[in-house]
Design a protein around this ligand. Structure first.
Ligand code: ADP
Ligand code: RBF
Ligand code: MG
Length: 377
């Protein structure tokens, strides 16, 4: 893959820096139920990245609502406004903004949302607004994305050539706009399994954690430690259930599965990929752990799962026991492999990376976290 060198970055907001999907779901569910309709999310792909008017028009038409698009917008707007404070930052978003800012890389924000909504959303995220030299909303140009207009205007205001800009986007209208502006475009898709839609982008990555800025001549992230990226720690636990029955059999790598019930929000929040940390088993102790989160492309699972491999020889099963995980870092995105052997070899490499990293004080200190050892109800 050849990439051009750039000097500036232009970012999209919703779906790229902010996890707006949950809020969109919530609001549309409420308003459609007032019409006796059920929001089923099927529209998500169609409306992602569009202007608010186009998105609303799609929903009105596809659900056959007895109102005009303008009326519909006036019904959803106040609900959206109340939700801006609830939108979470996507993994790696804050890290990216802080990094570019600290290296004086000029940044613009270009979103199809109206300027007023952008300002409201940004106000809940410390230090974000002041990091952008330029902010452009959908109501500040004649035509929103997929027109290149707002990206070209952003370059003009940054005082650089369009070809010196890297666009970071999550949706098809954004990619189209970026390429029409003759910019470099990297896409972090918010919707999975649509990879054919993203072929126009110069690069597709699975989350902002995987962004390699040096590919465009920008200052590289310096926070990787021995092949691992330290994360804000997070916890998950529950009784071990039967998985797909192939970890030990097909791979020689047993993975202790947790029931997906009750942790769908946590799963949605964390990008697919390989993570590591510590695992506590109530009667056995605390062990090093490496795990995958995702759909396991090699096996093409229907559901996103967590597959933790405890780095210890147990000589027996322990189904039903309470497992507590503390995740401290990230290793790589999930991938497909040409052969089972190459998948297995990669997972063993992940194991070595995790084992070594967990001896570094940065990560080893978490072994004593009380969550891993507390007695369980
Ligand atoms: P399943 O499809 O049910 O997850 P696996 O073949 O992946 O089956 O085996 C996982 C089971 O193996 C775990 O639930 C646990 O009881 C047992 N086990 C034994 N050693 C380990 C280990 N080191 N890490 C994870 N699970 C292990
Ligand atoms: N499956 C994949 O299809 N792609 C991967 O990149 C991948 N990485 C993994 C990394 C680790 C550390 C572990 C424990 C598993 C990984 N697997 C991956 C999941 C493997 O397919 C899974 O454990 C089996 O499907 C057992 O259910
Ligand atoms: Mg398993």
């Amino acid at each position: 893959m050849t990439t051009k060198l750039v000097s500036c970055v232009i970012l999209d907001l919703d779906g790229t820096l902010l996890n707006t999907d949950g809020v969109v779901d919530k609001v549309l569910k409420i308003v459609l139920s007032n019409y006796g309709k059920e929001w089923d999310g099927r529209e998500a792909l169609k409306i992602v990245g569009k202007t608010p008017f186009e998105s609303a028009a799609d929903v009105v038409q596809d659900y056959g609502l007895p109102c005009s698009t303008t009326e519909f917008i006036s019904q959803i707007s106040p609900l959206f406004y109340d939700q801006w404070c609830n939108i979470k930052e996507l993994p790696g978003a804050n890290r990216l903004i802080k990094h570019l800012k600290s290296h004086d890389v000029p940044m613009a924000l270009a979103s199809n949302s109206p300027r007023e909504s952008i300002e409201a959303k940004l106000s809940y995220h410390d230090g974000w607004k002041s990091s952008f030299s330029v902010i452009i909303g959908g109501d500040e140009v004649r035509t929103g994305k997929p027109s290149p207009e707002m990206f070209l205007e952003a370059a003009r205001r940054l005082n650089v050539e369009p070809s010196s800009c890297l666009v970071i986007e999550d949706s098809l209208p954004g990619i189209t706009a970026g390429k029409a502006a003759e910019m470099e475009v990297v896409v972090v898709p918010s919707l999975r399994k649509q990879s054919h839609l993203y072929s126009a982008a110069d690069m597709v990555i699975s989350s902002l954690l995987d962004l390699q800025l040096e590919k465009w001549g920008l200052p590289p992230f310096e926070d990787w430690v021995e092949g691992t990226l330290p994360l804000d720690r997070w916890y998950i636990g529950g009784p071990i259930v039967k998985g797909f029955g192939r970890g030990s059999k097909a791979l020689g790598i047993p993975t202790a599965n947790l029931s997906p019930e009750g942790y769908s929000d946590l799963l949605a929040e964390h990008p697919a990929g390989v993570y590591f940390g510590w695992a506590g088993l109530s009667t056995r102790g605390v062990f090093k752990m490496v795990m995958s989160i995702g759909w396991n492309p090699y096996f093409n699972n229907k559901e996103k799962t967590i597959e933790p491999w405890l780095l210890h020889d147990f000589n027996e099963d322990f189904y039903g026991e309470e497992l507590r995980l503390l995740i401290v870092g990230y290793i790589r995105p999930e991938a497909n492999f040409p052969t089972l052997e190459s998948l297995i070899a990669k997972i063993h490499e992940d194991r070595r990376v995790a084992e070594r990293a967990l001896d570094i004080p940065l990560y080893s200190s978490y072994k004593n976290d009380s969550y891993l050892r507390s007695s369980h109800e």
